[in-house]
Design a protein around this ligand. Structure first.
Ligand SMILES: *Cc1c(COP(=O)(O)O)cnc(C)c1O
Length: 466
């Protein structure tokens, strides 16, 4: 299947039209998330192929990189960053495409397990793991990347001097902050001098401490780095990986054996929100990595990746009804049902997270008509609840629809509960023989669920406390 822009836009139009015709988006359910199943599969395939191209031929099939049973197998595990789309059917679909999961909380681990992801295809990263979380991960055999010196002390107490044992033992590693600097979005840059993530490699004494920590713990077999998400240039990310690779080489040199057998290079491939083109692609990044860090691709190391946004963003959209069209101070405003509750980052940080908006009529057909500048507002009760300001679009009217494009990652699934607006339903779609079929991913949150989640069971709790 082609992922060319035109093709993607045509398939998207067909999906919106079918969603309206089949009543998925309606007066009763005025906002909905739609995921492009064929697009997700194609993105996963592009990721697999990109790395298969730069790895030795025998490493192409995902194995158990870095597991004690197969050290340095040269295999690759693509672990999807669950926070990008924390939806069980999405994790299952990606697993069908050969991916595992990167999780960062007990909730995300529960989602990965509910999706049937085997423990040895799950990686746990988080800067705030409790002892209980570590214990659970070790009991399951989930891989763990330790984030700090203090966490390594905790791990010591749990695994003992010999480290974890048995064929299903967790692969364990340390997250390093290569301190290569930040990208265009500060909040997304995890490898700055003072980032909260990982062991800061260039801090005084840190490198020596890391070397010694590994020599004393032969069971630490991985190194992990995730330089940033969205806004980081590929060169910066590759430089972070190069620095961590050199640390692995040094550890192995000092240890006198191939102790570090797997590098977890994180995710962070930026997404183009400006058009339908998938640029940069996984292939471009994999080639840059292979050119920057050739030793990582010669078969001596297993590889783990943790991409999130680049697998899902362009394969999802939010579709919402226009409830009213009005004007104020000469500005046209379309009041829709998609605002901060589904597009939180865009509403609060519009400069960093601009979104394209597509206009459709009441039947879900692309709106024609000469574009005029208008604001696209959401339903939330604050003035800044705008997903687009002064945007040139065909004039929108009551009953029309808008689609927020490229919102398959970090949008629909990351609901913001403001105004007690319900989490919208999400459907996957597939077009075969010119027919669009939908499958439920998540039902819309009901009002009863909303009340229950808002303390409905404790209605008299506060009044009774006298
Ligand atoms: C968020 C995150 C990812 C995924 O980042 P994307 O930009 O979505 O690819 C991967 N690894 C870690 C540790 C993360 O925090």
């Amino acid at each position: 299947m082609s992922l060319l822009g035109n093709d993607r836009a045509a398939r998207r139009d067909a999906a919106v039209r079918a969603a309206v015709a089949q009543g998925l988006v309606s007066e009763r359910e005025p906002v909905v998330g739609l995921l492009d199943v064929a697009g997700v599969r194609a993105s996963a395939a592009a990721l697999r192929e990109a790395f298969a191209e730069v790895l030795p031929a025998n490493a192409a099939s995902p194995g158990r990189p870095g597991s004690p049973a197969s050290p340095g197998s040269g295999g690759v595990l693509h672990a999807f960053a669950v926070k990008a789309a924390s939806l069980v059917p999405v994790l299952r679909l990606l697993a069908d495409e050969g991916l595992g999961c990167e999780v960062a909380s007990p909730g995300e681990l529960a989602l990965a397990r509910a999706a049937g992801i085997p423990a040895d295809r799950i990686v746990l990263d988080s800067p705030a793991k409790t002892v209980a979380e570590l214990r659970e991960a070790l009991a399951l055999g989930v891989a763990v990347n330790v984030d700090s010196r203090a966490e390594l002390d905790r791990l010591d107490a749990l695994v003992g001097p010999a480290g974890p044992a048995g064929p299903a033992a967790s692969a364990l590693g340390v997250r390093v902050n290569p301190q290569v600097g930040g990208g265009a979005i500060g909040a997304m840059s995890t490898a700055t001098e003072t980032s909260k993530f990982g062991v800061a490699l260039r801090d005084p004494g840190a490198r020596a401490w890391l070397l010694e920590a590994h020599v004393r713990r032969p069971w630490l077999t991985r190194l992990h780095a995730h330089v940033g998400s969205q806004g980081c240039p590929l060169e910066l990310m590759a430089e972070g990986v190069r620095i961590v690779y050199e640390l692995a080489e040094e550890i192995n040199e000092v240890a006198g054996r191939r102790q570090i057998d797997t590098l977890d290079i994180g995710g962070g491939l930026p997404v183009n929100f400006a058009s339908d083109e998938t640029v940069p692609g996984h292939r471009e990044y994999a080639r840059l990595l292979a050119a920057t860090v050739p030793g990582l691709f010669d078969g001596r190391y297993g590889l783990v990746t943790e991409f999130g946004r680049s697998l899902m963003a362009k394969n999802g959209m939010v579709v919402a009804r226009v409830e009213y069209a009005k004007s104020a101070g000469g500005r046209r405003i379309a009041v829709t049902h998609a605002g901060a509750q589904v597009a939180t980052r865009t509403v609060f940080a519009p400069g960093a997270w601009p979104l394209r908006v597509a206009a459709y009529d009441a039947h879900g057909l692309p709106k024609t008509g000469g574009p005029v500048p208008q604001d696209v507002a959401g339903p939330c009760c604050f003035a800044g609840d705008l997903v687009a300001v002064d945007r040139e679009l065909p004039p929108l009217a009551t009953g029309d629809h808008v689609a927020l494009l490229d919102t398959g990652a970090y949008y629909v699934s990351n609901h913001f509960a403001y105004n007690a607006l319900p989490r919208p339903g999400i459907h996957g779609w597939l077009e075969t023989a010119r027919r669009v079929r939908f499958a439920p991913v998540r039902g819309p949150q009901t009002l009863d669920e909303l009340v229950a989640e808002s303390g409905g069971a404790h209605v008299d709790g506060l009044s009774a406390l006298r």
